[in-house]
Design a protein around this ligand. Structure first.
Ligand code: SF4
Length: 266
């Protein structure tokens, strides 16, 4: 029996009509609720009962996202033991000394030893630790080209884009709309760098969640009747350096962190 691994898998089963018969605003919101265990797949009346029965209660009975993230993290930590940290440092734009591979993530040092243990001053959230390990284990170390594209233009991004927009760009835009100055300060705090003028954005700064994975944050303030807007752009080499699930995790984790800081200091 298939077990649902993420909200995207739920979303793919739905008819995407946003008909609201399930009393959620969109199919996307319903998929997120099902994955969190708050709703059952069977509550979408448009879904074929045969599909519902295949999943038999779905992820509500399955494990939580935190459990999944923890397990994936442990698995990757185990794999770190088998790799050459010095080679990885060279490939990925880090450095290796005293048996540790050190990368800069959002301007802060983040080290991993040969047992996959983390040594860093920053709080180790699964949303950053997972992508760091995925980058070390499978990143090709491709040098960014400087061509910025939205997530949907990355090969694997087409499926993830709607979720990414909902869980990352939308909450970041809400923070930027409400606390515009603080938002800009936060991007600077995480070592946001001005690299040319991008898309005529009022705030256009490049973050480096990982050395070869730049992320361009563009925010346009409301202007002459035009509403504000916010989009994130990735280098078109991004997927060679980090798999799309980990890129999604980084983006949504970043949005969560900005929301928390804004609530605390806004
Ligand atoms: S009832 Fe099903 S198709 Fe309609 S919005 Fe909800 S999830 Fe989407």
């Amino acid at each position: 029996m298939p077990q649902i691994q993420n909200a995207m898998e739920v979303f793919k089963l739905l008819d995407k009509s946003n008909c609201r018969q399930c009393e959620e605003a969109t199919c996307l919101a319903f998929a997120a609720s099902v994955f969190k265990g708050a709703r059952q797949l069977s509550e979408c009346p448009k879904l074929d009962p045969e599909i519902v029965s295949q999943y038999d209660g779905g992820p509500a009975k399955a494990r939580t996202m935190d459990q999944d993230a923890e397990e994936a993290l442990r698995r990757m930590q185990g794999q770190i033991a088998g790799i050459d940290l010095a080679e990885a440092a060279e490939r990925l734009g880090g450095r290796c000394d005293n048996g540790k591979l050190t990368l800069r993530t959002l301007g802060k040092e983040f080290s991993v030893d040969s047992h996959g243990r983390f040594i860093t001053d920053i709080h180790v959230h699964a949303w950053i630790a997972g992508p760091v390990l995925a980058y070390i284990l499978a990143g090709e170390g491709k040098t960014p080209s400087g061509n910025w594209v939205p997530l949907r233009e990355l090969e694997g991004g087409k499926d993830w884009y709607r979720f990414f927009s909902h869980q990352c760009e939308k909450p970041l835009k809400a923070v930027a709309d409400t606390y515009t100055d603080l938002f800009e300060d936060m991007v600077h705090l995480f070592n946001g760098q001005r690299v040319g003028q991008h898309f005529d954005a009022d705030i256009g700064l490049v973050l480096y969640p990982l050395p070869k994975l730049p992320l361009l944050v563009c925010y346009w303030k409301p202007d002459e009747g035009m509403p504000s807007d916010l989009h994130l752009f990735f280098d078109d080499t991004a997927e060679a350096n980090l798999k799309i699930e980990a890129i999604y995790s980084l983006g949504t984790g970043l949005a969560l962190m900005f929301e928390k800081i804004a609530q605390r200091h806004g």
